[in-house]
Design a protein around this ligand. Sequence first.
Ligand code: NAD
Ligand code: IPM
Ligand code: MN
Length: 370
Amino acid sequence: MRHLAVIPGDGIGKEVVDVGLEIIDAISEISSFDYDAELFDIGSERYLRTGELITEEDFDDLGKKDAIYFGAIGDPRVKPGILEKGILLNMRARFDQYINLRPVTSWHPFVPLKKHFDFDICFLRENTEDFYMGAGGTFRNGRDARVTVKRKLYDLQMDLHPVSSSDDEYAFEIGLLSRKGIERFADHAFRTAIKRGEDRITLVDKANVCTSIYGMQREIFEARSKEYGIALDYMYVDAMAMAMIVRPHTFGTVAVPNLFGDILTDLGAQLQGGLGMGASGNINPEGVSMFEPIHGSAPDIAGQGKANPIAAVLAAKMMLDQLGYEEMGTLIQNAVRKCLDDGKFTRDLGGTLTTAEAGIEIKKAVLAQK
Ligand code: NAD
Ligand code: IPM
Ligand code: MN
């Protein structure tokens, strides 16, 4: 029996998680997968009602689960960053989910570049460091500023000094990488390439500008490349954005730091047909992992039944894979594929179905594989 935590969150997060849960339920009907699910009220509504984001009690309860199934957070009524950092990034950091797995694969006919290329890119985004450390602030000329970072791996304080004599104000956000953090990320990336039967990986960075952080990252990846006997290619992130469009088929395992990985994987979702198609796993290989669609709460379409549930359904598949139920994961992917082949999908892909209707079709296609 597997114990799942479910956090629908905000906006279309609730709509697509409803579908994902139906699909997990269908899988349990036709297979040996047995589970229970506990719903967590975490998101903007609770925040606006009580001022709470995630409590220590929530963390305790979530930490006892086998996996977390997450929808999306974000609400136009709440200042940007409060929910995103207070909930989503907080969970990724607290559960030390240091790998963000975001596959970009041309596995179905609605991939816009499909007639030109077949591709199977495994994006591994570092998920706890870089510009996501929360090390930032503002200061005015004449006053020293202090930035404090306290995380599991860090207990660091630094003083910053004003750099101009004019009466000015500054804002800063520090990108921080740790040797340990990169080493474990690199190990995972090289092991992934080996598992996928590849002889090289790509490391994306901006080592021509952010020389300190990405210079250290290159040094570590290079050493690991020799150890694992797997070749290492470098791509600058700007060139990578271009290359993903013109030659996606030339990439396999791609390791990318946190901020650039966020951006490139939205592009990767669009390469697969749109944001409604991209799934994401926040992985702690030894702990509690969290699975979600790449997309956000989409306030522009929330509550209208327009959201494509496939990203969330594929996140459920990724969760089953990670829990060791790959066969059941494949049943989900087959069902989605069948619906795509049969024209049963939402309007973002040119279909006519609502979110719930698309979900019913996927569920039927799962049950039909009994
Ligand atoms: P978004 O991903 O919510 O939406 C971007 C665009 O894609 C919108 O036009 C939306 O309608 C469309 N879209 C997204 N998912 C779709 C789906 N499943 N089906 C059809 N269309 C879909 O990004 P945004 O608008 O930049 O952000 C909205 C809010 O979500 C913000 O508060 C942001 O911080 C938050 N956000 C949260 C997450 C997360 O929870 N993991 C991820 C990204 C953004
Ligand atoms: C994502 C989102 C998050 C990120 C935000 C909402 C914090 O964009 O999961 O891709 O930047 O990682
Ligand atoms: Mn994103």
